[in-house]
Each structure stands twice: as structure tokens, then as C-alpha cells.
Ligand binder design. Structure first.
Ligand code: TYD
Ligand code: MG
Length: 470
């Protein structure tokens, strides 16, 4: 039933629940201060169903057609990978990321690639002028005959151009800049984002256009605007990376048409984002033999094994409470590893500042990197390098035990593929592993065993060794 004209509802920015009354707390999800006033549909009758129009009828599941239009593939295999094989016609994809991370660069590339194989694409830029986008296109080497550029923020202009060009792919950069004149709030507000996205979805589904929206993220890393935006779209991709490094990761956070375990890896070059086809090799390219405090760790990004370098530096502290700095890994995990090294291997760290870094601006969130971090710290503390041909896998427990990690075979096979000759693995899984030509797998049950295997006692310098290892 159409709602009365001018009626308002209060929508929770977190869960999207609508309630007729304002309250300090959402009655559905219990979050505080998330309700925002929202003008209900039907002010101009646009969203009302005409009297007597046939309702959408349910049909038997057994006769539902599964015939689908083929996915639109773009030239970048990394983009196709995170999308689960390409863009699905009629789908909405949200690309979120911090300002300056490279969203517009990637979107222009996708628009241009899609136009080469799939016909017209529309690129709506709400943040930059046509000249600015053209300058970027020149930089990326895009001529863009079939890319139609629209610098606009009014939703009606966008919809008019969609009608006019009927593009196979449309990019809206960004959803926070688009506004619907019938909604009485500023662009970027909850009400605007919700209504504009709803109307864009409606259009996309009706015309089988694949739409990609870019979205800002807040300081906390959430997508700016309502959480409900993530619920509305089909695919949510996050672009991340340290702005000062050139690596960029594109993660699938939600995908109604594929796996969410996918990660695309890119390098930002002067000609835009380039696919990184062999990321492990790229991440280890600057590593040198004999580096003290450097250890190769075999980690998983989504379903993809990745070798990364963990570096640690310990130095005598001038402070009463020595500093611990973790870049690219969880700080509490570092504290845990330091405590285990002290108690279970006798390493004296209480007067040492410890800095640990994952190179390339990458973030390793999984405990499988624990043992590598422990060995990097031990290597720096003993002033002895861990051999460059060694890779390390394992979670560290509080009793000093090395615990197994998921998908160990994939990780070990990546170590072998990269030509490393020794892989330190958790004792419990060691025997079940396949044999890899030219690579020895060393099973360790404890951190102390791993330290002994990688940093032989005879090589340690007394002044750096702290208490003896048990
Ligand atoms: P941009 O795509 O504008 O980021 P976003 O849309 O996420 O805000 O990317 C801006 C950054 O990318 C900027 O710092 C410059 C850099 N960049 C390159 O290094 N090479 C390039 O070819 C392009 C187009 C941008
Ligand atoms: Mg941008």
C-alpha cells in the first residue's frame, strides 16, 4: 500500500531497520545513535504502484529459469578473479577504499576495458571534472571511444544518460556524491545513499547493466554511509594497501555470485594499476641473503598462498618500558609472541625495543605468521640471520607449542614453487605432507625447537643471546 505523502521513518544506519518513531537506540540491533530521519517513498508518486497493476506473481521453484547472461570479463585477470569470473549483467558492485588508494584509477580502467569487449560504458564522475578524468585517461593510455563520461551528481541526470546510452557497464564514482532532488537531505546522507542506490539497482536489474559504485570509507575502515548499502548491493570489494607503498589489494568482502575468499593484487605504477601475476616473487624481490631479523612467512590471502617477508629489529631500550611496534600485524599478537619467546626460549627481551614490520605495506592478520615473527625477533636478538632459503609456517601457543594452520599444503607448495629449500612446519602436520623435490620440510613442535633449527647455538653472539635457550 502506498504510504501517505510526506511521512517519515527513522532508519538505522547499521542494520537498516525502519521504525516510525525516533529513539536513541535501534530496537532491532541495539546500536545507539544510529537512527536517521528518512523521507518515505511516494512524495511524487514515483514509487507507488498504479491502482490495479498486476502484482509480481510467485512461481514454482521447479520452473524457474537459470539461464543467465554471460559474465562480462575485463582485461585484468586480478579484477576478474575477485569478481568470481567477471561482472554479472544487472549486478551492483560496491568498490570501497580510503581516499587516494586508487579507486577512480581502477574504475576508469575497468570502464575502458569493458567498452572494448562489451560495447558502451558510462563513467559518472561526481568528484572530478571531465578534464581531470581525461588527464587520468591519458596517463593510463586510454583513448575511450566507447567510454561516455558524465561529470554529474544529480541522480536524474545519471538516469537520463543511462536511458540514452544503455551501457553494458556503468560506473558511479562515488555514490556519496550522487543526490536525488526529491530527498530532503544532503548528498552522502543515509537517506540519499539509500534512495539513490535503490533507484540505480532498479535500473540496473531492469536493463541488465552492470553497475559499479565507488564508496568512501570512514577512518575506522567502514564504508561511509549506511551499513545497509552493503546489504543492498550484490558484491562488495575493498581496496586496501599502505598509501606509501605501491602494492594494492582488492578483497571480496561479499559476493552473491562467487567466493568471498578472493584477493586481487596490483601494483600502482605511473601508468595505473598493473596486475601482479606472481605476488610472492614480487614481495620477496628486495630481500637479500644474510639479512638479520628477516624471515619469509607463507601466508594465505583469501584462498591464495603468498610469501611475505617479516622483519624484526631489537635494540637496547633507553625507556623504562621498552617499546613494541607492530606494522602490518596485530599488536597483541606481537606481545604474545614476545612473552612466549621470553618464557619458553629464555630470550631476554625486557630491556629491548622491538619493531616488527611486514614489508611492502602488507597486513598479515592470521596467526600462521606467529612462528615467523618469533624467529625474526630471535634472529635480530641473537644477531644471526635466518637462511634466505627458509620459509616458516606455524601458529604459536602460550605454552610455546607450534600449532597447525589451515591449508598447509597450499602454503608449502608455494614455498617449493618459489625455489626455497627449507620449510619449517608445525610438528603435527609434518609427516602428512607431500614431498617436494629440492625442498626439505622440518617439523617443529615448539618455538625453542624452531629457534634451534634456524639459528644454531654455535653461531649466536654471547652479547646478543640473553639467557640460554632450553
Ligand atoms: P585515485 O584513483 O584518484 O584514488 P581514489 O579514487 O581512491 O581517491 O588515485 C589517486 C592516487 O593514485 C594518486 O595518489 C596518484 C596515484 N596514481 C598513480 O600512481 N598512477 C596513476 O597512473 C594514477 C592514475 C594515479
Ligand atoms: Mg576517486
Amino acid at each position: 500500500m502506498p504510504r501517505p505523502k510526506g511521512k517519515v521513518a527513522y532508519v538505522c544506519g547499521d542494520c537498516g531497520n525502519e521504525s516510525p518513531k525516533w529513539g536513541g537506540r535501534c530496537i532491532s540491533c541495539g546500536e545507539w545513535n544510529t537512527l536517521t530521519e528518512f523521507q518515505l517513498d511516494g512524495r511524487n508518486g514515483r514509487n507507488m504502484r498504479p491502482a490495479g497493476a498486476p502484482a509480481n506473481m510467485a512461481q514454482s521453484l521447479s520452473i524457474v529459469s537459470t539461464e543467465r547472461l554471460p559474465r562480462l570479463r575485463v582485461r585484468s585477470d586480478e579484477v576478474n578473479r575477485v569478481l568470481g569470473g567477471g561482472l554479472v549483467p544487472g549486478s551492483l558492485t560496491l568498490l570501497a577504499g580510503e581516499p587516494g588508494i586508487g579507486k577512480s584509477t581502477l574504475l576508469l580502467r575497468i570502464a575502458a576495458d569493458a567498452s572494448l569487449s562489451n560495447g558502451k560504458t558510462l563513467y559518472v564522475s561526481g568528484e572530478e571534472s571531465a578534464a581531470q578524468v581525461k588527464m587520468r585517461a591519458d596517463r593510463l593510455g586510454i583513448s575511450g571511444e566507447d567510454v561516455y563520461l558524465l561529470p554529474a551528481t544529480r541522480l536524474d541526470d545519471v538516469l537520463c544518460n543511462l536511458e540514452e546510452h544503455s551501457p553494458a557497464v556503468a560506473v558511479i564514482d562515488s555514490i556519496q556524491t550522487v543526490y536525488d532532488e526529491d530527498v530532503a537531505s544532503d548528498a552522502g546522507s543515509l537517506a540519499q545513499i539509500k534512495e539513490c542506490t535503490r533507484r540505480l539497482i532498479e535500473w540496473a536489474k531492469l536493463h541488465d547493466t552492470s553497475m559499479i559504485l565507488s564508496g568512501h570509507v570512514t577512518k575506522g575502515g567502514d564504508i561511509a554511509g549506511p551499513r545497509v548499502l552493503e546489504h543492498m548491493v550484490d558484491v562488495v570489494l575493498y581496496m586496501e594497501g599502505d598509501p606509501i607503498s605501491s602494492w594494492r589489494l582488492l578483497r571480496t568482502v561479499k559476493n552473491r555470485f562467487g567466493s568471498t575468499n578472493e584477493v586481487g593484487i596490483f601494483e600502482m605504477t605511473e601508468k595505473g594499476l598493473a596486475d601482479v601475476t606472481d605476488p610472492s616473487r614480487a614481495f620477496l624481490s628486495e630481500r637479500w641473503n644474510g639479512a638479520i631479523g628477516s624471515v619469509v612467512v607463507s601466508t594465505l590471502e583469501g584462498s591464495r598462498p603468498l610469501l611475505v617477508e617479516v622483519q624484526a629489529l631489537t635494540s637496547p631500550s633507553a625507556l623504562p618500558t621498552p617499546r613494541r611496534v607492530a606494522t602490518g600485524l596485530d599488536f597483541n599478537r606481537l606481545l604474545l609472541i614476545c612473552a612466549v619467546l621470553t618464557r619458553r626460549t629464555g630470550l631476554s627481551l625486557s630491556n629491548q625495543d622491538i619493531v616488527v614490520n611486514v614489508t611492502g605495506g602488507l597486513r598479515v592478520g592470521e596467526p600462521a605468521a606467529d612462528l615467523g615473527v618469533a624467529l625474526a625477533i630471535a634472529s635480530s636478538c641473537h644477531n644471526v640471520p635466518v637462511d634466505a632459503g627458509v620459509a616458516v609456517i606455524g601458529e604459536v601457543g602460550l605454552t610455546g607449542e607450534v600449532r597447525s594452520v589451515p591449508q598447509i599444503d597450499r602454503r608449502v607448495s608455494e614455498v617449493s614453487r618459489l625455489g626455497l629449500n627449507r620449510c619449517i612446519v608445525p610438528g603435527v602436520v609434518g609427516r602428512g605432507l607431500a614431498h617436494y623435490e629440492g625442498m626439505e620440510t622440518v617439523s617443529v613442535r615448539s618455538v625453542a625447537e624452531a629457534v634451534n633449527a634456524c639459528i644454531p647455538r654455535g653461531h649466536r653472539l654471547r652479547s646478543h643471546a640473553g639467557a640460554p635457550t632450553h
